[in-house]
Design a protein around this ligand. Structure first.
Ligand code: NDP
Ligand code: 8X3
Length: 251
């Protein structure tokens, strides 16, 4: 049976890491990516007992780094079957009038342009192979806008649009494209949003049971293991306690 190769961005934490762990246990070869080298090395060590793993350290928002990293992929990993566009974060939670320009740049550069750069670097291989799977991790913030979410929501609305656009443009090359849009998942996401304020981050997940990174990994794995003729376009996933970005049933 063919061994699939997946490239996962943002594999050093949260959803990306849980996806790498699950893929490894299902014998999918891995190219794990992120900026934090020590975490990549640790994860490579952990997952090498299950599958072949290689690491790529780069910032998705730096186009030179993206293209030279993808070019440097060892030959045995070069035929990427599955791309998980997961790297991303929210930076800040402020009204539009109080938002920081640096935070806006970070969110648009990483969540939107980073996703585009990585996709642009990998799509030619998929076109050559007349086969491939791209999973874009959006958010409920890409489906609705909530107070103070402004630019993060805009970045995820862009991911939602790009997900649809990729599916249309890549359809004739047999490349499947799926968007997964989680609600609240307890990861390092809120620590990044609140710039390392761990107490503030913890409060986001208090009083209800949020999703775990593993819940989303499980769904990603389900999506990429459907029979070849099945393409799940779009999945919105909430914790049971959540009904929308702003409606949360806290105890
Ligand atoms: P984490 O903060 O736990 O993980 C984010 C990952 O993205 C890390 O591995 C980080 O790696 C990587 N990353 C961030 N910036 C860059 C960059 N410039 N270049 C390369 N890699 C980068 O958060 P989550 O796991 O929760 O987030 C994963 C995705 O899920 C994001 O796109 C997020 O928007 C989305 N999401 C999260 C939700 C949540 O509630 N947690 C809900 C809906 C969507 P490193 O720092 O090593 O580079
Ligand atoms: C993460 C979900 O609602 O915290 O994308 O923005 S939310």
């Amino acid at each position: 049976m063919k061994t699939f190769t997946a490239l996962i961005t943002g594999a050093t934490s949260g959803i990306g890491k849980a996806t790498a762990q699950l893929f490894a246990k299902n014998n999918i070869q891995l190219i794990i990516c992120g900026r934090r080298k020590n975490r990549l090395i640790e994860l490579e060590k952990e997952l090498s007992q299950y599958t072949k793993v290689t690491t790529l350290q780069f910032d998705v928002s730096n186009k030179q780094e993206v293209f030279s990293a993808i070019k440097s992929i060892p030959t045995e990993f070069k035929n990427i079957d599955i791309l998980i566009n997961n790297a991303g974060n929210a930076h800040g939670l402020n009204t539009i009038q109080d938002g920081s320009l640096d935070d806006w740049d970070a969110m648009l550069d990483i969540n939107v342009k980073g996703l585009l750069y990585v996709s642009k670097a990998i799509i030619p291989t998929m076109i050559k192979n007349n086969n491939g799977f791209i999973v874009n991790i959006g958010s409920i913030a890409g489906k609705e806008v909530y107070p103070n979410g402004n630019v993060y929501c805009a970045s995820k609305h862009a991911v939602n649009a790009l997900n649809k656009a990729m599916r249309i443009d890549l359809n004739k090359y047999n490349i499947r494209v799926s968007g997964i849009h989680p609600g609240a998942v307890e990861t390092e996401f809120s620590e990044v949003r609140f710039k390392g304020d761990v107490d503030k981050a913890k409060k986001v997940y208090e009083g209800y049971k949020p999703l775990k990174a593993e819940d989303i990994a499980d769904i990603i794995h389900f999506v990429v293991t459907r029979p070849y003729h099945v393409n799940i376009e779009d999945l919105v996933v909430y914790p049971t306690a959540q009904a929308s970005a702003t409606i949360l049933n806290k105890a």
